[in-house]
Design a protein around this ligand. Structure first.
Ligand SMILES: [Zn+2]
Length: 91
């Protein structure tokens, strides 16, 4: 069982969390992007082998978003930090 550290609650089992995908920086002005650039932001993911910055939600806990740096092969987690997303947007 993968143990994930929520920056607000501490270590918990992975069943308490929902994966939110790659932690990409949202474009500052989405309206200035072409349709192709916007589609690339929304739909194209890196599929990284190695260290990957990801968004997670503690959906069965504090319900807050945070980011972790996880190795996609070994599932080792380097760090867990509060997400800018949870501070700026309520999703
Ligand atoms: Zn939590």
């Amino acid at each position: 069982m993968l143990i994930i550290k929520c920056p607000y609650c501490g270590d918990r089992e992975e069943t308490e969390f929902s994966y939110g995908g790659e932690n990409k920086k949202r474009p500052a002005d989405p309206y200035s992007l072409s349709d192709k650039e916007w589609a690339e932001y929304l739909f194209f993911k890196k599929n990284t082998v190695g260290w990957h910055n990801e968004l997670w939600n503690h959906s069965h806990g504090c319900r807050r978003w945070f980011s972790i740096e996880r190795h996609t092969v070994t599932n080792e987690i380097k760090q867990s930090t509060p997400s800018q997303l949870s501070m700026e947007e309520n999703i």
